[in-house]
Design a protein around this ligand. Sequence first.
Ligand code: ZN
Length: 300
Amino acid sequence: MILTFHQVPGESDPIQKDVPHAAIFARQMEWLAEFCTVLPLSEAVKRLREGTLPSSAACITFDDGYADNLTVAAPILKELGLPATFFITVGAVEQGIMWNDLVIEGIRQARGDLDLKDIGYGHHRLVDEAAQRDSVRRVISQLKYQPLEERLSIAKRIFSRAASDEAPPRLMMTEEQVSELCVLGFDIGAHTVNHPILMELPQDDARREIEASRDWVTSVTGRPPESFAYPNGRPNTDFNSEHESMVREAGFSLAVSTRWSSATSTSSQFSLPRIAPWEQQRLGFWLRLAKTTARSYVGR
Ligand SMILES: [Zn+2]
């Protein structure tokens, strides 16, 4: 089982209620340490190939490069001795915030009516947190598949129209913080520069996104990354076998998707499925893991 996380905020976030905050994350990691053999991702994939993977093997991954990965998640993982891989979106580290968080942080600050009709993103009555969550979901799902530059520029317009702050907050790690994570012994993987939907890009641009993120990680950590995560990650919707070949040719030894399942010996090494254990209760967490494992065997 390869688990996916994104941000791990110190406190519960009412706009992103299913994101595990520090206390929930710590509890999930304690269960994982108790019930699973948590391995570094590259070792687990090698042993899956060799047939020497222990039962209940698990890997922990984080996508995008949020600053709270270093400040909140890393100390919890260190305390429990758990390895993890952090997939970095280079452009997000450079800009300090991802396009989707510009929307979230804008709507978080907006009060009352937010009129985005003139730019094609509807009219929003932000009367309470439920309405904020609904608006975030609607705007992000519409923006996600827009061309890269348009996606970012619209997100910036939404932020400046909705928020009272002049500048968006920095939510992502700095380059120094990524390096710090590496020095702490964690694995750093690549996740493109601009977080594009690779299937929406011309082939040369997709290849450049993959290779430039590899080069950035190499320069920050001092060694080429072994692992890559596809942005958005749905096979044949967000990436396809051509992108798997590009990742292999770029020198990576494995890549992860967001297809919801656990990996088996028949899984492609360049399209490994993952699961996001966001249930907050112990029972739901383990039932979901069990269900995922069962389904991956049934589906073989
Ligand atoms: Zn991502």
